[in-house]
Design a protein around this ligand. Sequence first.
Ligand code: FO1
Length: 346
Amino acid sequence: MKADKSFTSCRRVQQQEYYLITVIAGGTGSVKLVRGIAATLEAQVADRSKKEIGLTVISNVADNIWLHGLYVCPDIDTVIYGLGGILDESKGWGIQGDTFAFLQQMAMLGEPTWFMLGDRDLATHIVRTWMIREGKSLSEVTEWLAKRHGVTARVVPSTDSPLVTRISALANDSRSGRPEPVSMHLQEFWVKHRGEPQVVGIKYDGLESAKDNPAAVQAIKSSRMVIIAPGNPITSIGPIVALAEIRKALVHDRKKVIAVSPIIGSSAISGPAVKYMQALGIPNSPTGVAQYYSDFAGSFAISHEDKGVAEKIRGFGVDVLQTDILMRSRQDEIRLASFLMQHLNR
Ligand code: FO1
């Protein structure tokens, strides 16, 4: 009886500080798996105490952009809207059923409208911006926003410091008429220029002075498992794992890190990953991503269709998991999440 009591209290102490799963996530390519893990945890971990934290999502910030005097954080918002059940599923970003009256008015005033901010989405950016102007950190604002959307997972920016992915792409120089490299914000390249110019370089501006979010580092250290979502390895996952303390924590606990391939065959599941990988000389294949992640991911989940490359990936010292990694429905999201979470108790 006595022994039972001490076991219970010890377990309770552990539970209070216990992070179960951390997901490293971008936006559109990551949110489905994040949602699947949240739903699976909700169903499985019935005995959670209030203080135990089931899921921490470390969110990319390097695609954040200042527009119209507002701070827009696409990947953070995609995760919050996804977990909050209001994400526009067809676009993979923004709020479902949103309208664009604000944008029409901006066009009438001659303002740039290449980045489609919806009317409801706009409220997020307005509130975030004035909270930041009042001195709140991005972490504090994100925590508050997640709560307002009824999100129980912790959404943690990878850093509160300025960090921006800049793309160097070829554009015709107005004087020489010859293509010259021009540096632009990721959103300018992807949205304004529709990802068309040839990419010649990619840089995470501010990386040297950026301070990793201690909450993100702590979440990785305390988690039983870290999942790298199938986001863009260069512009979504890359700017997170490039942060020194986050990378150190992942490398240290590499065995508990499982990455999901964002590539099947030679094609990205979504978005421009292939274009960026080619620009950096990384093979656009699951093998290329596995090698790129091999110092911090102990396991790599690939599609059944790619079973032919499993042996090559094992050659990098990475375990290979094979399953259906495409998520076309909520059931698929939960199926993939459950498959990965089976490895919690290895
Ligand atoms: N992507 C687009 O392709 N076009 C847009 O006009 C656009 C607007 C937008 C507004 C808010 C938001 O949170 C995301 C938005 N995105 C848009 C998505 C975004 O550009 C990228 O897909 C992510 O940054 C990459 O993760």
